[in-house]
Each structure stands twice: as C-alpha cells, then as structure tokens.
Design a protein around this ligand. Structure first.
Ligand code: ACO
Length: 426
C-alpha cells in the first residue's frame, strides 16, 4: 500500500508588520478590542516586490530544502489561493517555472481558507494512487489586496503570507491517513469577494441577474473586489464545523480525541479555536496557535502553523496531528496526519535547488525569446501584451531583508476613494 508523508515544510512571511496600534490609526479600533475579540496582535503585509507567486515560490523552496529533494522530482504543484496574481496563468504555473520543476503538473485550487486542506487531500490521493511520487502543496495569500481598509469589521482580521509542504510517496505506513472535504454553497453570502470580472457585457450581466437567486451574485455590490463578511454567522458556523470535521476525520483515521498529539486549526479567531478545542476535549497545550503574530492568512494559515510547529519541535515523529480548516464557500476540511521522520538537511540538494532557480529564470527568458522568434519567422502578428513573468523569490527576500520599506497596504487595484482607502496615512 502507498502512503503520502509530509517530508518538507517552509514558509514565507513578508517583512512589513502592521500592529493593532497601526490599525487603530486607520479605523476606529483598538489593540485591546482586537486582542480580546480575535487573539490577533499584528499581521504581516506584502511589500511592492512580493506577490502571491513570489511568496509561494519562497515557501516552496524552503520546503524542498527540508525534504531534501530537487525541484525536478516534483510531479504535482497545487497552490491553494483566493488571491492569485492572475486569473490565468495559475500561480502554480508561475511557481513551477520559477523553481524549474520540469516534471510537474501545476494548478491553483480555490476553496478560500479551507484551500490548503483541500489541496493536501487531493495531492495525498494522487500519491496514494501512484500518479505521482512527490507533490508540493502550497497556500499563499495576499489578503491585504482584497480588504476594505475602511471596514473595521474585516480589515483587522487578515494578513499576508505563504506556507508549503512536500508530500512524498512511501510504502512505510503513516502520513496523511484520512481527509474530509466538504462544502455548503448556500452559505456563499456569508463571506465573499466579488471578482473584478463583474464588469461584463450587458447581455451577460442580464443573464446573471435572471439566474441569481439570493447568493452573493444577487447583490448589487457597493464595490467589487473587497471582502464582505457576516462575522457573527461565520463565527457560529466555524465553532460548529471545526468540532464536526475533526470528529469525522478522527473517526476515519480510527483515532480517539485523547490520542491527538497536536491540533492545528485554521487561524481565524482564538475564540473559535478555544471553543472547538474545548468541545473536543483537547487540552490547550496540544493546540497550536500563532494567530497573534500573523492574523488570518486564509489558505496559508495552516501550512504556516505546521511549519512553525515543526521548527519549534512541537511535531515529533509518529505524532498524531489533526489539521482542520473552514472558510468561504462555505467550505471546510480536515486531515489526520501521522507525522514523519525529519530529514537531515543536505547541502547538495539545497545548492542544486538554488542553481536550478537561477537557471529556471534564464530558461524561461530563453523560451519566451524563442517563441517570439518563431512567431516572427512564421510571419505572425507581433503580440503587444507582455506575458506574466515567473517570480523570483530571492527578489522579495532581498527587498525584505534589506529592510526597505514597503509600500503600505493596498496601492493596487483600489477603485475606492483614495483618501478613504489609502493605508499610506500610516
Ligand atoms: N474594533 C472595534 N469595534 C469593532 C470592531 C473593531 N475592529 N469590529 C467590530 N466592532 C464592533 C461592532 O461595530 C459592534 O459594535 P456595535 O455593537 O456598536 O454595533 C461590536 O463591535 C460587536 O460587533 P460584532 O460583529 O457583533 O462582534 P462579534 O462578537 O461577532 O466579533 C468578529 C466580530 C471578531 C469578526 C467575529 O464575528 C469573528 O471572528 N467572526 C468569524 C470571522 C472569521 O473567522 N472569518 C474568517 C473566515 S475564513 C475565510 O474563508 C476568509
């Protein structure tokens, strides 16, 4: 029988920190309220050089190092994100190109904050079915770009970042033992971001109005592209579903609640986490939470937490770990994972991956140049659109580590009044 083990993990956290006190300069809130009601103390926000893809690539590179494998061994890359840089190409394709993962299929997965668990489940199934031997599962989010920075109900809750794991096929029992992936689209109006594609031709819009029957699509939005949430309803749903999904996945893995060594829930609100842990009878010391430092990073929250728990020695070989998430859709999911044996970092593979990263950039440019030349030779019309370039994570690292300050929050795609939305007041 084939098993899917987590053998590598990595994260990328943007340099810029926005504290609750910073937030209080933007909207009518306070450090006391945010900490008490959510457990959040600060969040990190992307700088001008960071993007969904650069963060995902940086996290993936770290995960490859820990797994001690080369990017060429990866057979599948899934990026769970609701905030991709492009509708297409997928963020996963940008990551594939940047890493030089020549043997990988790549696609994005949209399941909001549950996205990482969905992606983990799908990749584990592909490994168990022997379709691939290694998979990269990444959660990467630029939530700051979809927040309404005048809405204190939502803008205080989220942050940016990325986390990644490497899944490896093995005949040794363990790894991802069971997953639960569920959805209830009737709750779509509780939490949503309208896409910017809503400025459609009139005929299409008319069809949409006729078809809509009460979901998020039925509302005339005051602004496209910004997160809307009914916090109370989401809170009620989340506390119920975390317990339910955890029980379900434990049952499938054949575990009892008192056998769980580490509980890693989606980091949305400390009160939701505490309430679920209490209902499940899981003691506080077995619950991993880092919400205080990062806020809710949506699909990135669980892999960032896993990465930190592993680095802090909280995850030991053979530990029984339950990860559980919920999010817009509504979606929810859980995974029961028997933690694997840590790998020894091999400097050769690490160096190889850095060399491959540099070579991948050159190869990508060469391929584009070749295509343009082929176009010209074939007498085709010259294209005026510049294609998306694969990200280079070292750029974002360099920028951040140099401490160059990053432009405040959402400077791009802000159709709202600048004086209302501009976080550069800070
Ligand atoms: N600062 C100060 N006051 C605030 C703030 C703030 N940032 N936000 C809201 N308030 C006020 C409200 O205006 C309200 O004031 P009023 O009584 O004068 O009207 C009061 O606080 C209570 O507001 P509620 O929204 O009822 O507060 P609630 O107890 O529900 O807490 C919260 C709000 C923290 C957002 C909570 O509802 C929550 O955590 N919900 C779940 C959110 C969540 O998990 N979202 C992520 C989903 S994952 C994904 O897919 C993206």
């Amino acid at each position: 029988m084939r098993y899917a083990h987590i053998t590598g993990w990595g994260k990328f956290i943007p340099e810029r920190v926005m504290t609750n006190d910073d937030m209080a300069k933007l909207v009518n809130t306070s450090d006391g309220w945010i900490r008490k009601m959510t457990g959040i103390g600060q969040r990190h926000l992307v700088g001008p050089k960071d993007s969904c893809a650069t963060m995902a690539t940086a996290a993936a590179l770290e995960a490859l190092d820990v797994a001690n494998i080369s990017a060429a061994q990866i057979g599948m890359i899934i990026v769970a994100t609701s905030t991709p840089d492009y509708a297409f190409p997928s963020t996963a394709c940008l990551v594939q190109d940047a890493l030089g993962a020549d043997n990988a299929g790549a696609f994005d997965l949209s399941a909001a904050c549950s996205g990482f668990i969905y992606a983990l489940g799908m990749a584990a199934d592909a490994i168990k079915a022997k379709s691939v031997d290694y998979a990269l599962v990444i959660g990467s989010e630029v939530m700051s770009r979809v927040l309404d920075w005048t809405d204190r109900n939502t803008c205080v809750l989220f942050g940016d970042g990325a986390g990644a794991v490497v899944l490896q096929g093995s005949d040794q029992p363990g790894g991802v033992l069971s997953t639960v992936l569920r959805a209830d689209g009737s709750g779509g109006d509780m939490l949503y971001v309208r896409s910017n594609y809503n400025s459609m031709p009139e005929t299409v819009q008319a069809a949409e109005v006729v078809q809509s029957n009460g979901g998020p699509g039925s509302e005339a939005p005051s602004c496209n592209g910004y997160l809307k949430m009914n916090g109370r309803e989401v809170f009620r749903f989340a506390t119920r579903i975390l317990e339910h999904a955890t029980r379900d996945v434990m049952y499938r893995a054949g575990w009892q609640a008192d056998e769980i060594d580490v509980f890693v829930p989606h980091q949305a609100n400390i009160r939701i986490i505490d309430s679920a842990a209490h209902a499940l009878g899981i003691p506080t010391e077995k619950v991993f939470s880092n919400i205080e430092h990062y806020g809710n990073t949506s699909a990135a929250s669980i892999p960032i937490a896993i990465c930190e728990a592993a680095s802090l020695g909280r995850l030991r070989p053979n530990d029984k770990v339950v990860m559980v998430g919920f999010g817009a859709g509504l979606t929810w999911g859980a995974a029961a994972v028997e933690w694997g044996t840590p790998r020894i970092l091999n400097r050769t593979n690490r160096t190889l991956n850095r060399v491959r990263l540099g070579a991948a950039g050159m190869r990508s440019r060469a391929r584009r140049a070749w295509r343009r030349m082929e176009d010209r030779l074939a007498g085709a019309d010259d294209t005026t659109h510049s294609p998306p370039k694969a990200p280079h994570p070292s750029h974002s690292h360099e920028k951040s580590n140099n401490g160059h300050s990053t432009d405040p929050v959402p400077t791009e795609k802000v159709p709202l009044k600048a004086e209302e939305r501009d976080a550069s007041k800070l």
